[in-house]
Design a protein around this ligand. Structure first.
Ligand code: MG
Length: 158
């Protein structure tokens, strides 16, 4: 009836890259490095969705050795994962997530990020939790080496 899933992702900062979270471009002096657009939040949510139905990880579905996914729009990959969930007879009850980033301040962008994810997953904004926290200057996020995201999802059978 119900299935829970967990996803965690991290990407490194580099100047000259775009910073994209939940499909929203965030103005900042650095962006995240990855084979795709490195949307760390969307990646964590995709892994949680796949994990909830024991469908493996995003690395299995979208290998970073495949040129097809070079600079891929992660929101398109998310749409693909959402279709898989629906094909298995499930719908999303709710999502919660946390982005761990020392900089930039994400609060001004949170409404846009939540609206973007809710729209991609045909959910109300009250079913999509996105929070941001700093690492209190500790660890790789605290040293501005990159950012991480954690997500949990609850699926229910249709
Ligand atoms: Mg990733």
């Amino acid at each position: 009836m119900f299935r829970i899933g967990l996803g965690i992702d991290s990407h490194r900062y580099e100047s000259g890259r775009k910073l994209i979270l939940g499909g929203v471009e965030i103005p900042y002096s650095m962006g995240l490095v990855g084979h795709s657009d490195a949307d760390v939040l969307t990646h964590a949510i995709m892994d949680a969705l796949l994990g909830a139905l024991s469908l493996g990880s995003i690395g299995d579905h979208f290998p970073d050795t495949d040129p097809a996914y070079k600079d891929a729009d992660s929101m398109k990959l998310l749409a693909h994962v959402y279709q898989l969930i629906q094909d298995k007879g499930y719908e999303i009850n709710n999502i919660d997530s946390v982005v761990i980033a020392e900089e930039p301040k994400l609060k001004p962008h949170m409404g846009a990020i939540i609206a973007s994810l809710a729209s991609a997953l045909s959910l109300g904004i009250d079913a999509v939790g996105v929070k941001a926290t700093t690492a209190e200057k500790m660890g790789p996020e605290g040293r501005l080496e990159g950012m991480s995201a954690h997500a949990v999802v609850l699926l229910k059978a249709r």
